[in-house]
Design a binder for this molecule. Structure first.
Ligand SMILES: [Zn+2]
Length: 300
C-alpha cells in the first residue's frame, strides 16, 4: 500500500508542471501556425512574427487544440460566398414530363446570360398557364413560374425532332420566364458577339463570331419592335428585342425559348461534305452565365 502511494506526490508535481506549461504564454502562438485568428472585419495585414498583444495572448489561454479524433473547427470564417441561386441538376425532369438529357457539359462556358435582368428557367408547357399545367394553375402569372429553383426542360416531352432525347423527339431548348409576368418589357440580349443571320415569324437567330460559332436562337420576342434586323453585327450583351409571347399565330405564354446549336462537319455516304446542326443542352451554360451575372461580372 505504502509503495503505491509513494509516487503520487511526484505525479502531482508533474501534472502541475504540465498545467503551467499549457498556460505559459511562451508556448507557440497560434499566429505562428497556418490558421489565422478570426477577424470580424478585414484590417491591414500583420506580419506573422510581429509582436502581438491581446489577441494572441487570449488565444494562448484558450482550450488546447482538439485531439486527432475531434472534429476540426475552422479558425477563420469562410470567404464570402458569391451570390448563388437555387437550380436543379441538369437533366432532372419531373416524372411524366419527358426523358431529360443528362449532360454535364457547359457547352458555351463564357457566353452572356441572354436577358438583361433576372429570369427563371422552367417549363412553359408544364408550368402554370401552360398546356399541361398542374390542376388549378391556370394563370401564367402564378408565382410558381417566377420562383426558384430553376429547372432544366431540354428533352421535355414534345413532338419536335431532337436526336439527343431518348425517344428521338423532345424540347429543343430551355424556357425562361423574364423577371416579371409582363410582355414587351424585359430585354433579351446577345449571348455572344456575332451576326443576326435570320429573323423568322417568331424567331431571331444569332451566329457567334468566335469558334465554334454556336447558333443561338431566341423565340417569342415582340417581333414588331425588334432592335435588330437580318445581317446586323451585334456585340455580346447587345439588346435584341423584348421578351413576349409571339408564336406566329396563337400566342404562347410570356417567355423566352432559348436554343443552342452547333455545326458538325461530316461527309455523306457518296463523299459530299455536309454540315449538320444539332441542338445542344443549354441549361448549364445558362446557369453559369447567370451565376456570373449575379457575381457582378459584366458581359461583353
Ligand atoms: Zn420552349
Amino acid at each position: 500500500m505504502n509503495d503505491l502511494r509513494k509516487p503520487l506526490p511526484l505525479a502531482l508535481a508533474m501534472l502541475a508542471t504540465l498545467t503551467l506549461t499549457a498556460c505559459d504564454p511562451k508556448t507557440p502562438k497560434p499566429a505562428d501556425g497556418p490558421p489565422k485568428p478570426p477577424s470580424a472585419e478585414p484590417g491591414p495585414p500583420q506580419a506573422d512574427d510581429a509582436p502581438s498583444e491581446g489577441g494572441a495572448e487570449q488565444e494562448a489561454s484558450e482550450p488546447l487544440p482538439p485531439s486527432p479524433g475531434d472534429p476540426v473547427q475552422p479558425d477563420a470564417p469562410p470567404a464570402p460566398s458569391p451570390a448563388t441561386f437555387e437550380h436543379n441538376p441538369a437533366g432532372q425532369l419531373p416524372s411524366g414530363q419527358g426523358s431529360g438529357y443528362l449532360d454535364r457539359t457547359v457547352w458555351s462556358p463564357s457566353m452572356c446570360w441572354p436577358l438583361a435582368e433576372a429570369g427563371f428557367a422552367n417549363s412553359q408547357v408544364y408550368g402554370a398557364g401552360g398546356g399541361m399545367a398542374p390542376p388549378g394553375k391556370t394563370s401564367q402569372c402564378d408565382s410558381m413560374n417566377y420562383t426558384l429553383p430553376w429547372r432544366d426542360n431540354f428533352c421535355e416531352a414534345r413532338s419536335r425532332s431532337n436526336p439527343l432525347c431518348g425517344s428521338g423527339t423532345g424540347h429543343q431548348g430551355q424556357d425562361i420566364r423574364p423577371a416579371t409576368c409582363k410582355k414587351n418589357e424585359h430585354w433579351a440580349v446577345a449571348t455572344e458577339a456575332g451576326t443576326i443571320t435570320d429573323i423568322g415569324t417568331y424567331t431571331v437567330t444569332l451566329v457567334a463570331k468566335t469558334a465554334p460559332h454556336y447558333t443561338y436562337r431566341y423565340l417569342h420576342m415582340q417581333m414588331t419592335t425588334l432592335a435588330v434586323k437580318e445581317g446586323d453585327k451585334v456585340t455580346a450583351g447587345q439588346k435584341l428585342g423584348k421578351v413576349s409571347n409571339d408564336f406566329g399565330g396563337t400566342p404562347t405564354t410570356i417567355h423566352l425559348h432559348f436554343e443552342m446549336r452547333a455545326g458538325v462537319a461530316g461527309v455523306t455516304g457518296d463523299g459530299k461534305a455536309v454540315a449538320v446542326h444539332t441542338f445542344l443542352p443549354p441549361y448549364l451554360s445558362l446557369a453559369e452565365a447567370y451565376q456570373r451575372k449575379l457575381n457582378g461580372e459584366t458581359c461583353g
